[in-house]
Every structure is written in C-alpha cells, then in structure tokens.
Design a protein around this ligand. Sequence first.
Ligand code: FES
Length: 105
Amino acid sequence: MLMSGRFAVCPESDLPEGGSLKTRAGGELVAIFKQQDKLYALADTCSHAQSSLSEGEISPGAVSCPLHGARFDLDTGQALSLPATRPVQTFAVEVENGEIVVTIP
Ligand code: FES
C-alpha cells in the first residue's frame, strides 16, 4: 500500500559521492543518487520495463537504465533517450539531522 509522508532512509554518510541506493519509502521503490554532493530521488523502476535504475550507470546529470540503456534526467525524471519515452517520477529529498529523508507525495 502506498503512503505519503516523509521517510528517513539512512545516514547521509552511507551514500558515497557518485553512489546510488534503492529503498522503499511509503511502499514506493525509490532510487537515490548522490552526484557532486547533491541528492536526487527517482522512482526506481524504469518507465520502459522492469529494471532497477539504482543499478544503472551515472553520468553527469543522468542515469542509464541497466537493462536497455535509456537515460533519465536526475533532476526531472525525463527520459533523455530511447527506448524509454515516458518519465519516471521524482521525489523531494534532503538531509535532516544527518539522515537522508525522502518525501512521498
Ligand atoms: S527497462 Fe529500462 S530501458 Fe528498458
């Protein structure tokens, strides 16, 4: 069941620069990325098929799906290349008292 709210994920120090992790927040699978000290949170499941974006390769401002290589904008979730044509949802993410906190609307 999906629930809205703010969910603490893990200590911010657990996510290294250029790293990613997968978590479940409010029933939603969320991929969290850190790039140049900024955090991004996207729906983990690719909009093309069943693949986990948290296992994808990160390039500046984007992540590539590990299954067929579609790229998604880390800020907006927009699909930047085929075969994906639909965006993935993005979520607000911040650090609070040293913890990564994701907001599920
Ligand atoms: S499952 Fe992601 S591009 Fe196909």
